[in-house]
Write a protein that binds this ligand. Sequence first.
Ligand code: F3S
Length: 385
Amino acid sequence: MKMYLSREMERMLDGEYGVGKQMAMKVLVALGDSYNAEKMVRIKSAHISGASYDTVGEHGLHLIKEMSSDCEVVVKTTLNPIGFDRDFVEEIDEDFYAKQMELLQIFQKMGVELTCTCTPYYHHNLPKFGEIVAWAESSAIIYINSLVGARTNRESGFSSLCSAITGYTPYHSLLIEENRAPNFVVKVKEKLNPGMLGLYIGKEFQGIPYIVFDYIPDEDYLKLMGAAMGASGNISMFHAEDITPEHNKYDTKGLERVEVEKKDLEDLTGNKDFEAVVFGCPHLSEREIADIVKILGNREVVKPIYLYTSRGVMARMRREVEFLRRKGVRVLADTCMVVSPLLRGKYRKIATNSGKAYHYLRSKKFGGFEVYLGNTEELLYDSTR
Ligand code: F3S
């Protein structure tokens, strides 16, 4: 079945609105046809990943340059982290700096907001319940689908850019009400590390989990769990009983039921002997920073601690950030431990509280570190005295 296209979309395809829109529409039509989508729908916003030159590379830079030559984004569009904090560029290789800034300028010229964060939903770009958007960045996708009730498919950096340029996305998968129903039930009886729990569910199961907690997880817990789930598997949405906004829309009777307990997660931790600790994957919220400040208190930092957050959160937490920096903690915006080359070559053994960072930092592409996955409090105590 060929997808229905409006006259405006056909004009875009014919190149009447320029090369950029034509390329973008071609990509979306091919994508829609591959999913058997019946039509395209308008989007309210876009979020683009693949913003770091480290992940985009020369080929990606050229492609984006070509597309951007004669068009701009037509909806609110935010950007994922880049390869460094724009306020701290001394340690950055000159060539890398130049390429990254060129990429940023291209996005800026197109009207993309240079938010450089994977948590745009805290300040810059918070969709409403039921709104259709085209977002890339697996951690943000699972967050807004599950905790906000907005609707996005798992877009790539490139397909989200195509949607931002045209204002449309093919209508399929998670945009459709019935495809958002849970496929299995997970019962969590004891309080588990959110990163480990997410990694386990992502690795072991497919589809949309309906999670029943015997405790009340907060938003930050669910953010860490969701990010890990999206990284280790293909999960882009979950329901949490009595917590997430669509949990009571669907019937869970007759679904497969599983229980997860501590012993299931034993393989997911690593060796505790680490040289530096990293927090903020996804970028830290105000509450997470406040918790870190509280735990650190009068303690002295003895191992390098890196915190990654957004500029929006940093601006609201100025006093806390100054306190942390006086202690020697490195608080960075715009970037993260995975998409920046900053930690590579400097350390071999890293600890984190993030299942997503644990998943990526161990892979060769992102440094091949030995990684220990622990709890926030435990890791802060082990890095201070
Ligand atoms: Fe964000 Fe980087 Fe993690 S983009 S989700 S902090 S890998």
